[in-house]
Design a protein around this ligand. Structure first.
Ligand code: HDD
Length: 761
């Protein structure tokens, strides 16, 4: 591995899609990809020669040698043809027997067009149907060769191309982005030793402990089968019926009812591999590992009222945010952390590391950062890339291996299996987005939609006619399953049981709840209240609250009160006296623990505009915000240009109607008597101001604009009487001095001190 890595520090082909890597020479004769049908038939050096400019591609664009380049189609300047390449003379009219006569069966142009259209859709994913993807790279910052021989970690600075798909779980392909849901966080590493798919979520635990229960979980959360409702929502009877009968889901429910289930942006959430995996180094030594992705922008969430409103005004909110950020060169970035521990440590933990409903608290195993991932290119085509990408938990590479987690075992089967019906056969690995960059050589043949043209008469092994090729790579180079003990009792019977510690369903749920800040705890209680208030069967509500009493009586009481019900008896626990946990609180479990690098880059700020607005202060603000990387947007009563008080004109970007307040991170109310008067007469202005306040965002009111705060009846101080740090009042003349405090307030993201339940505004 080491030698290979030294020879080929960057993946030969895909890396060409990333600026820096493009500058590096790749050994002559290195083939782009081994699958003869898929790969370009030329060598990479030959293909490099076709790069006429010789310059690295602009960041965010694809290099001329990008691995997907050979399949990119562009109709610019081309004549229209059929799929057989026959030029089409007329794309408007069917072939008819006379102008008013019947259409003729021989019209192959019409029939090909309609037939293809009839088959444009493929089945959506059974879960995670709605997703958004992006290309990028993983860069090793701290070689982890002491831990693993896995190719991406071989060398400092080594870049491995990746494709990432983020998703919601329950909703259908066209559902809203801001549903309360887990977010998928699936990363395909195109390594030089084959594809590695790390198919994770933005929460580190899962609902169930055994894959046997996955179809039940999914059937419970999906729209109810008789009437097909609700869409992209867990707030309904069948979901909570199942959950209330499955105490093992309690820990995950704490995460799912927390604000992590409504991220502000896909760029602002963590990712986790969830299961315990194994790392194996070149000496064959194995250790356990949990994978953590940490966003550079920090972890930030929406508030529920905002998420609900956004889903109406912009169901593509997260998709748009990701696309626009990458498009603007604001490449989202995550650090990859490894939480590593030995068998002996695992044996000493109070929980079972094979149980996917448990975390390993960071206090027990610190996170070692080994690299960073940057997403720097939007897909060219949503279907070809984001829809056809096929992640499979079974795709691991030398240096990474599985554990006996029973949920993981089912996943190793499920992902390859589902692609066969979703993508129409066993050759989905040949689709360009799925094709590895590493050479592919084996004796698997034929099947639907085969792309490769395998040459020669040998498709078996052992053979002498093909010189014994392709030959086994051997233990030194090939994937070897780790030598691991099967179980403490290796001679045990075949059984359908769970390990003992799997029965502790509540200790870590309590750990999570107790580690949250008061605001987060309040939001968890409110989320349980909301979801259960949509449950129509009172017994299900009661069972759920009874279960919550095992997590925290304070939480259960709040939820019961919110639902207007008596506090039920505590649900009996499967394990009467669970092992004492190592920690009672783990601060890193709070969203607030990771605010990120600060600053206001990519924050969207609305500046209201109407005729008579003070143009000078607005222009100064827009300029200052843009300098700091924020995204100011001028919003008026309608599109078009407005007159400023100094006789100028100012063109707006959006209207109050098409871009309501909750789509922005902050609001600026402008100076200018006439403008303020005009805005005050529009109902949407008041909604704009109230939503900004209710969602705890920063509001800057300049001069006469302050009247809009009074008209919206906003409390000018916090519930405890102190000053509201998110409300900034100033005069147009003092705007320069206000920019810094405004940016500081905006960088705080939200002013939760304002948050009350129910809201005051
Ligand atoms: Fe799964 C898709 C994550 C448990 C079966 N899963 C899917 C995706 C993500 C996850 C991110 C979307 C991939 C993409 O963007 O294409 N799934 C998880 C995590 C789990 C988990 C983190 C628990 C730790 N999943 C799980 C189990 C099973 C599945 C237990 C079945 C036994 N998951 C699937 C699937 C999907 C899928 C049916 C649907 C589409 C696909 O695979 O490609 O096979």
């Amino acid at each position: 591995t080491q030698d290979l890595a030294a020879e080929m520090p960057f993946n030969a082909n895909k890396a060409k899609e990333h600026g820096e890597a493009n500058a590096l020479e790749t050994p002559a004769g290195q083939t782009a990809s081994g699958d003869p049908g898929l790969a370009a038939s030329s060598t990479l050096s030959e293909r490099n020669a076709s790069d006429k400019t010789g310059r690295p591609p602009k960041p965010g664009t694809s290099g001329p040698d990008g691995s997907l380049e050979r399949v990119r189609a562009d109709g610019g300047g081309q004549r229209l043809t059929t799929n057989q390449g026959v030029p089409v003379a007329d794309n408007q009219n069917s072939l008819k027997a006379g102008a008013r006569g019947p259409v003729l069966l021989e019209d192959f142009v019409l029939r090909e067009k309609i037939t293809h259209f009839d088959h444009e859709r493929i089945p959506e994913r059974i879960v995670h149907a709605r997703g958004s993807g992006a290309h990028g790279y993983f860069e090793c910052t701290d070689p982890a060769t002491d831990l693993t021989r896995a190719a991406p970690f071989a060398e400092k600075g080594k870049r491995t191309p990746v494709f990432v798909r983020f998703s919601t779980v329950a909703g259908e392909r066209g559902s809203k982005d801001t549903a309360r849901d887990v977010r998928g966080f699936a990363v395909k590493f195109y390594t030089d030793e084959g594809n590695w798919d790390l198919v994770g979520n933005n929460m580190p635990v899962f609902f169930i402990q055994d894959a046997m229960k996955f179809p039940d979980l999914v059937h419970a959360v999906k729209p109810e089968p008789h009437h097909g409702m609700p869409q992209a929502a867990s707030a309904h009877d069948t979901f909570w019926d199942f959950i209330s009968l499955m105490p093992e889901s309690t820990h995950m429910m704490m995460w799912a009812m927390s604000d992590r289930a409504i991220p502000r942006s896909l760029r602002m959430m963590q990712g986790f591999g969830v299961h315990t995996f194994r790392l194996i180094n070149a000496k064959g030594e194995a250790r356990f590992v949990k994978f953590h992705w940490q966003p550079k922008l920090g972890t930030h969430s929406l508030v529920w009222d905002e998420a609900v409103k956004i889903s109406g005004a912009d169901p593509d909110f997260h998709r748009r945010d990701l696309w626009e950020a990458i498009d603007a060169g604001e490449y989202p970035e995550w650090e990859l952390g490894l939480q590593v521990f030995t068998q002996e440590e695992a044996d000493s933990f109070s929980f079972d590391i094979l149980d996917p409903t448990k975390i390993v608290p960071e206090e027990l195993a610190p996170i070692r950062i080994v690299g960073r991932m940057v997403l720097d290119r939007n897909p060219d085509n949503f279907f070809a890339e984001t829809e056809q990408v096929a992640f499979c938990v079974a795709h691991v590479i030398p240096g990474i291996d599985f554990t006996n987690d029973p949920l993981l075992a089912g996943r190793i089967h499920s992902y390859v299996d589902t692609q066969i019906s979703r993508l129409g056969g066993p050759n989905f690995h040949e689709l360009p987005i799925n094709a590895p960059l590493a050479p592919v050589h084996n004796n698997q043949r034929d099947g639907m939609h085969r792309q490769a043209i395998h040459r020669g008469r040998v498709a078996y092994e052992p053979n002498s006619l093909g010189g014994g090729c392709p030959f086994q790579a051997g233990a030194a180079q090939g994937f070897m399953s780790v030598k691991a003990r099967m179980d403490a009792e290796a001679d045990s019977d075949k059984v359908r049981v769970k390990p003992e510690k799997f029965a502790d369903h509540y200790t870590q749920a309590s750990l999570f709840y107790e580690s949250q800040t008061p605001v987060e705890q309040a939001h968890i209680a409110a989320a349980f209240r909301f979801e259960l208030s949509k449950v129509t069967v009172p017994a299900i509500r009661a069972r759920m609250v009874a279960s919550l009493r095992n997590v925290s009586d304070a939480l259960a009481e709040k939820v019961a009160k919110g639902l207007g019900m008596e506090l039920p008896e505590t649900m009996p626990c499967a394990m009467a006296s669970p092992p004492r946990p190592e920690v009672d609180e783990s601060p890193s479990l709070s969203l607030m623990a990771r605010p990120g690098e600060g600053g206001i880059r990519t924050r969207k700020v609305a500046l209201l505009v109407a005729d008579g607005v003070d143009g000078a202060s607005l222009r100064a603000l827009v300029e200052a915000l843009m300098q700091q990387g924020a995204v100011p947007r001028l919003v008026g009563p309608h599109l078009g240009a407005f007159a400023t008080s100094d006789g100028g004109r100012i063109e707006v970007d959006a209207s109050l109607e098409n871009n309501p307040g909750f789509l922005f991170d902050a609001l600026v109310l402008p100076d200018g008597e006439a403008a303020v008067k005009a805005l005050a007469e529009i109902g949407q202005t008041m909604e704009f101001v109230k939503d900004q306040y209710r969602h705890c965002k920063t509001i800057l009111a300049i001069g006469a604009g302050q009247a809009l705060l009074t008209q919206a009846e906003l409390p000018m101080s916090l519930p405890d009487g102190s000053a509201d740090p998110g409300l900034i009042l100033t005069d147009a003349g003092a705007i320069k001095k206000t920019i810094e405090p405004f940016a500081e307030a905006l960088a705080r993201h939200r002013h939760y001190e304002r948050d009350t339940d129910p809201p005051r505004v």
